[in-house]
Write a new protein. Structure first.
Ligand SMILES: [Zn+2]
Ligand SMILES: [Zn+2]
Length: 144
């Protein structure tokens, strides 16, 4: 499936071919820290299919949860995560794109969750948390 996307500020655009079956939620603590969130959603793209405009900043994490060194790429202006890959020259064989930057993200439903050992306990019950289609949910008053 052909996908394309852009970081929040638009400095980096990316397009490539992904296999929707590889859409994965990762609950590892590296993903929690580097997204500033509870988990990350990613999808694989072969390097040969990837086209990119703009130059992401990279950070090499040598002691990733997986045990393998991973290059994390993000926009140097707005900080949006773009992809991770193995160290080496571009193009590497495979890139793991961040689904949140892709225009087709509605269609990229995660097919598996990994590193659930470190998942935040509330994510399994996220539908139970008071919610709103827009930005406001009244904060409940503390009970007396
Ligand atoms: Zn940006
Ligand atoms: Zn992870």
């Amino acid at each position: 499936m052909r996908v394309n996307g852009t970081c929040h500020c638009g400095a980096i655009t990316i397009e490539g071919e992904v296999d929707p079956e590889t859409a994965t939620i990762c609950h590892c603590t590296d993903c929690q820290t580097s997204t500033g969130s509870a988990f990350r959603v990613s999808i694989r793209a072969p390097g040969a299919t990837l086209r990119m405009n703009g130059r992401p900043a990279t950070y090499l994490k040598t002691t990733a949860n997986s045990g393998n060194p991973r290059v994390q790429a993000f926009c140097p202006t707005c900080g949006s995560p773009i992809y991770s890959t193995s160290p080496g020259e571009h193009p590497r064989p495979s890139y793991t794109l961040r689904v949140g930057i892709l225009r087709q993200r509605d269609q990229l439903v995660p097919k598996r969750q990994i590193w659930t050992r470190s998942a935040r306990p509330w994510v399994a019950h996220i539908g139970d948390i008071p919610h709103s289609e827009l930005s406001t949910v009244p904060v409940s008053e503390p009970r007396r």
